[in-house]
Design a protein around this ligand. Structure first.
Ligand SMILES: [Zn+2]
Length: 251
C-alpha cells in the first residue's frame, strides 16, 4: 500500500535534500534581512503536501485546513504552486493560535490570498517577513465584517493582543509597516523542528534524502472528532480558494 498523508501522517522534508530548483526558491537556512536590518535564518524543515486533495483534507485544527495557508496567486513562484507543495512546519503553531482567536471571536476568520505562507521567492517577499516562516497571516474578513476600516481592524487587533503576548499585531495605518485593508498577525521568526526529524550538520543534499513522517497526533487531522466543535458547525470555515477570490492585500 502506498504511503499517503492519511496513512502515515504528514511527511517532513529537510529542504537541503530537495532538487536544486526548489532549494534555490526556498533557501533553507539562509539569512534573510528584515526591514529593520535584523537577519533571520529561513526555515529548513517543511511539510510536503502531495496533492491538492491532501491540502484540502488535512486539518491543522478543528477550524483550519492546511489549504487555507497555501492561498497564493501568480506572485508566488510557479514551481512552488505545483504539487508537491512545501510549507514550513511552524505553520502548525500559527494554526493553533488562530484557532484560539477563532474561538474568541466566535465566527470564521478568512485568510486572504497571499495571506498565509509566502516563499522567499514570492513577489511580496521584499524583506524577511514572518510570512516566509509560515508564522504570519493576513485576514480580510472576520465573520461578515470586512476589515477595511480603522474601527474593524483595531477592534479585532485588540482581541488578538489580549489573547496572547505571542501575537504581533500590525497597527492600523496607511504607511509601510501598517495595514489599512486587512489584519496582519504573526508569531515572529519561529522555526519548528519536528521531533521526528534528525538534525544533522550536513547542509548539502544527501545521497539518501532526509525525511520523516510526523507521528499521528490526537484527532488524526483528516477526521476530527465531532465533540471538539462545541458550536456544532461544520469544521471548515473558509470556502475553497477558487470560490472566493479577493484582491490580495500587499503586505
Ligand atoms: Zn501580512
Amino acid at each position: 500500500m502506498a504511503e499517503t498523508a492519511s496513512e502515515s501522517g504528514l511527511k517532513i522534508v529537510d529542504a537541503f535534500d530537495l532538487d536544486p530548483e526548489l532549494r534555490a526558491l526556498l533557501r533553507p537556512g539562509e539569512l534573510a534581512e528584515g526591514i529593520g536590518g535584523q537577519y533571520h535564518h529561513l526555515p529548513r524543515y517543511f511539510y510536503e503536501i502531495p496533492s491538492h486533495e491532501a491540502a484540502r483534507e488535512i486539518r491543522l485544527t478543528p477550524h483550519f485546513g492546511l489549504n487555507e495557508f497555501l492561498l497564493v496567486d501568480l506572485k508566488e513562484a510557479q514551481r512552488l504552486r505545483n504539487y508537491p507543495r512545501y510549507v514550513p512546519c511552524a505553520v502548525r503553531l500559527l494554526a493553533f493560535y488562530l484557532q484560539r482567536l477563532r474561538e474568541a471571536v466566535g465566527t470564521p476568520l478568512h485568510i486572504a490570498v497571499n495571506g498565509g505562507y509566502r516563499s522567499p521567492a514570492h513577489k511580496l517577499s521584499l524583506g524577511a517577513t514572518p510570512h516566509m516562516w509560515g508564522t504570519a497571516v493576513d485576514l480580510y474578513r472576520v465573520g461578515s465584517v470586512v476589515l477595511r476600516d480603522q474601527n474593524s481592524i483595531e477592534t479585532y487587533n485588540r482581541v488578538a493582543e489580549e489573547l496572547s503576548d505571542d501575537w504581533w499585531v500590525m497597527p492600523y495605518g496607511h504607511e509601510i509597516g501598517k495595514a489599512d485593508d486587512h489584519m496582519h498577525l504573526d508569531l515572529g521568526y519561529v522555526t519548528h523542528v519536528p521531533r521526528e526529524i534528525n538534525e544533522d550538520r550536513h547542509e548539502a543534499p544527501q545521497p539518501v534524502p532526509r525525511f520523516a513522517f510526523e507521528e499521528r497526533r490526537r484527532g488524526d487531522r483528516r477526521g476530527w472528532p465531532e465533540h471538539t466543535d462545541l458550536a456544532g458547525t461544520p469544521a471548515a470555515d473558509s470556502p475553497a480558494p477558487d470560490e472566493d477570490a479577493v484582491p490580495d492585500p500587499p503586505r
